[in-house]
Design a protein around this ligand. Sequence first.
Ligand code: ACO
Length: 428
Amino acid sequence: MSETAKFILGNETYEFPVIVGTENEKGIDISTLRGSSGYVTYDVGYKNTGATQSAITYISGEEGILRYRGYNIEEIANKASFLEVAYLLLEGELPSKEELAKFENEITHHTLVNEKFKFVFDAFPNGAHPMGQLMTMLSMFSAYYPEALNPHRSEEDRRLTIVRLLAKMPTLVAMIMKFKQGHPIVYPNNKLGYVENFLAMTFGHVTEEYVVDPVFVSAMNKLLILHADHEQNCSASTVRLVGSSHANLYASVSAGVAALWGPLHGGANQKVLEMLEAIKEDGGDTQKWLNKAKDKNDPFRLMGFGHRVYKNFDPRAKIIKKSADEILDKMGIDDPILDIAKQLEQAALSDPYFIERKLFPNVDFYSGIIYRALGFPVEMFTVLFALGRLPGWMAQWKELRAEGQPIGRPRQIYTGAAERPFVEIDKR
Ligand code: ACO
């Protein structure tokens, strides 16, 4: 007999089914609670709320496990290409050699972004944040591909929208970087692979052929894979919530970018570097900054530390830390910022405040160090996170649509004024 949960309220007992996931994680299905009892559950920040069942990504915060469609992140980050992982997330299975070739070919032939987008870039002031530009440009695609406005139009339309987004996102990100630098845009090159093309458009120049460094390609490929999905985080939940109103995929993904921008989510990678720079400027006293982070009267938090789900270690951080060491070694970079990062990491990991609260470096602590070594300006870091996260957002949206899930609409406990009469003011 399947397990049920009993809920006793006064003289009434309510019974709810227990849902068991593939990895034996359990949830109580309380969807009938309000109808039968008039009560709602209360869980600010959704710390204990399962908003969906999903077959895309599995995370165990206690064991430090991250799997895409059943494949461990350690294996996939070292053996797969980003497009292979995108295919896996979106289609549910790894592609065959032929399927991958077809997918890569299709992506390669949708990389151009309409020339009119350049005028939109011109409308931004210098110094505009790249995440704001990315949000704008992504939602603008809905105007260029109006067949996506009705997400139910056809399966083929939905597939084409996904291909377009995956193909055009690197071009868009590279355009943002070029605009930031005031350099002419470098167009996509169909002879190059996904990551190579992105690096050529970003770091290449129209005046000379760009030689793609395999070390850069491998690092970038790994970073994109590590960011590709992370189940029901703030931005994925946003994409799902927006998508649940039957908004088109461009609008949903643009909303995901907005959610990612915040410093408590994807924006942390930019904040980590800014924090390390500030510590350096301040004389490099890491203990002083650690004390600031522990001081409850000080709003400062150690950026890149802590995670809502991982409470022992972040498996992505483990992989990326190794990658950061390799790249800096290979490139012969001796960066004082890195020394500060190492000191901070060691001090925090042995400090009772951080140990008790299970706060340790997350993926964002190290990703910024690699992005910096590769030559990206700090403000581009969160955009690079979005580039990696795109297949995950789209897989979450696709799953939601395929299952025909209802509109997301949480309840609340109202705490405002009770009913009161409206007293007109004398307006004469
Ligand atoms: N520095 C100092 N103290 C911290 C930090 C930190 N980075 N993170 C959490 N704490 C403390 C809190 O003050 C709280 O202490 P208390 O119990 O004494 O009140 C305790 O640890 C628990 O913190 P919460 O904020 O309740 O944990 P939550 O799960 O809600 O937040 C979050 C997780 C947002 C990631 C948080 O750890 C944080 O703000 N970290 C810094 C920002 C960051 O690196 N974000 C990237 C996350 S990874 C990603 O999105 C890809």
